[in-house]
Design a binder for this molecule. Sequence first.
Ligand code: ADP
Length: 449
Amino acid sequence: MSWFFARLVLIIVALAAGSLVGWWAGHEFATPLVAELLGAGTAVGLLTLFDSLRAHRLMEWLRGSQQQAAPRDRGFWGEIGYRVERALRQREHALARERLWLGQFLSAIEASPNGVLILDANDQIQWCNHVAADHFSLDPHRDLQQRITNLVRAPTFVAYLQAADYQEPLLLAGSSRGRGSLSVVVRSYGEGRKLILTVDVTERERADSMRRDFVANVSHEIRTPLTVLAGFIETMDSLPLTEVERRRVLSLMQQQTQRMQTLVADLLTLAQLEGSPRPTSDRWVSLDGLLQRIRSDALALSHGRHRVTVVADTLAELAGVEGELLSGIGNLVSNAVRYTPEGGGIDVHWRLLADGSGELCVADTGPGIAREHLPRLTERFYRVDGSRSRESGGTGLGLSIVKHVAQRHGGALLIESEVGKGSRFKLQFPAARVRAATAEPVSAEHLKA
Ligand code: ADP
């Protein structure tokens, strides 16, 4: 209230001073009372004029954008200007702080790998981040204020939103949207508002389906030999067999057991390849040693039915795990031997490519593979001719093991084949995993055992 008393004092002083001056200047021309009243009136008039000028300046400032400082008048009007300006500036700062915080908050949601979408009580889109826009094929600006069910028309989604039972997330299958699969979670809040969270589960769904297929395939692969074994056991148990029959049955049982053992061994190899860290590039394996073992394995498998050639252009060492490399190359050579008819040729050839990388090619003169099968050959249990593969002891896992080995060593498996002209399986290793060795290279040897 101090300004009120100051103001009161100012008015009293003005009135007193005005009356005094009026009396002093006018008592000779008019009665003293009239002169005093005239003086006091003039003083109040002047005071009011000053006030009006200051009020006008302040009003002009208030009508404007208040970008400049308020008029710095002294006294009553100056204080009003100062206080209004200070309140305004404080509010502006608070607003700027809120805006900054909101901007940061929205940027954080925008950076989320999941979709976030906000609906009002009428299911109209209030806000969504780019991921949600992408998931639902929305335009994050143009589609604001649109009812979501007009834009996302998948019947399962519309029914889910209308049923208002959001306990379980909704799985929007890829086929219903022409895109990947989505998991949609809805949470209600406020007065009928909804928060929608979306996650792309295409990969997860694919992995689940692969796992289901894998289990079904393994069960199928094991069921056949088991059924055969059970049949033989029953036969031996219920029928009196001659020594010759007994030997034949035992030999067939052994074949089926062998088949299951090979399958389990391949499954374990795959599991180990998938579960262990990538081979480091500081353990060097002699290619010469690898090729010698590959050659003797090929000869043993072939039993002299094929021409087997193993050639290394250069002496080299490969950075990786010897067991894995042996298993990878061994599978290629075993396939070549198993699928190439008697009298055919199998060539294993190592060479350095121009960019320093290395290539091990296993070529055969076998039946070849039709073009349409090539992209799927490395899938687990994919076979061009199932019965032929099984008859020759194949598990359908060989090439997927080879591909894993190649990828774990930073390389790739390339397959070239033409029906009737044989196949070429090329294992390529990056330059960083290939280095020159010092011993003599494996000489070109054409072996026909
Ligand atoms: P499998 O144990 O059946 O041989 P793989 O994964 O090693 O399984 O090979 C997948 C399929 O690719 C085989 O079933 C076979 O049809 C085909 N294949 C692989 N190698 C050859 C080859 N050298 N010549 C012809 N076909 C081959």
